[in-house]
Design a protein around this ligand. Structure first.
Ligand code: 5RP
Length: 273
């Protein structure tokens, strides 16, 4: 592996584990709850995450250029919640732009099994061809659009393997209760767990993240379950401990409760009330 590629991957995945913070939701959802002002939403969370997943528009308009964390640039899009089909994505960003904003990696969604399977898989292949020339890793996102029921091991295993075969260096996919280890074991590149809509309780989040890490995922890419929480900093601290310190569920809950009761923790720099 070339030095540049290796250096970027090591920044993104220090010590073999990673906690990515996605704030890219607006690219198809618009001003998502608690992410109306992305710069404020992440301010107090910066010490806890390893990389920020963001579009070029939010990066330029809302993220300070002295941020000391690597950027994963969201480079697919072209659809919206109001449109016909979320799967009909194209590439939104040129290789020159990826280099210009100093991205450490790029993220792109593919929609396996959808009407746009071929189109989005070819988007991934083209992106890999461009990015590999410059040592920039591609993270593929196995997206399901509004069809959340698709998230079982058979489907996720198929989608992850295809992403790796087409050259993704990292694959982000959903956790599933049954046979998640089969998803990870069938994918020859590291797997990162995606979040999804906010869970009812913090414990639910700790449980699926812990299980995913125990079954071979190298980390998480969790947004709404962190910055839509009433206690985003406490959530981030607890999740970081599961990912980077092998904390179990009890330990994560203790960290959460302790951080929650710290003075001003609820509103420290965050936009969501
Ligand atoms: C959308 C994405 C987002 O980065 C991801 O879904 C955001 O995380 P969360 O679901 O945890 O809010 O890739 O396809």
């Amino acid at each position: 592996m070339d030095w540049g590629m290796e250096n970027r991957l090591r920044q993104l995945i220090p010590n073999g584990r990673c906690f990515f913070m996605p704030v890219d939701h607006g690219y198809f959802q618009g001003p998502t709850r608690c992410l109306e002002k992305p710069g404020q939403a992440i301010k107090a969370l910066v010490p806890y995450f390893d990389a920020l997943f963001v579009t070029r528009g939010v990066l330029r308009s809302a993220i300070p250029s002295d941020l000391n964390k690597p950027i994963i640039l969201r480079v697919s899009g072209g659809t919206s919640m109001a449109g016909k089909d979320l799967a009909n994505e194209g590439l939104t960003t040129s290789i020159e732009e990826i280099i210009r904003v100093n991205a450490a990696a790029v993220g792109i969604s593919v929609f396996v099994g959808s009407e746009y399977e071929h189109q989005t898989l070819m988007n991934l292949s083209k992106l890999v061809n461009e990015c590999e020339n410059y040592g920039i890793p591609v993270m593929a996102v196995t997206a399901v659009g509004k069809e959340l029921e698709k998230r079982d091991a058979r489907y996720l295993g198929l989608a992850c393997r295809i992403c790796a075969e087409l050259g993704a260096r990292i694959v982000k996919t959903y956790w599933c209760k049954e046979d998640f280890s089969k998803v990870v074991n069938g994918c020859p590149v590291p797997v990162v767990i995606a979040g999804g809509p906010k869970c009812e309780t913090e414990s639910e989040v700790f449980e699926f993240v812990y299980d995913g890490i125990q079954n071979g995922a190298i980390g998480v890419n969790l947004g709404r379950n962190v910055w839509q929480s009433e206690y985003p900093v406490a959530m981030a601290a607890a999740l970081r401990a599961i990912v980077h310190e092998n904390a179990n569920i009890k330990k994560a809950k203790d960290i959460f409760e302790e951080a929650k009761s710290a003075k001003n923790i609820k509103s420290s720099g965050l936009a969501c009330k």
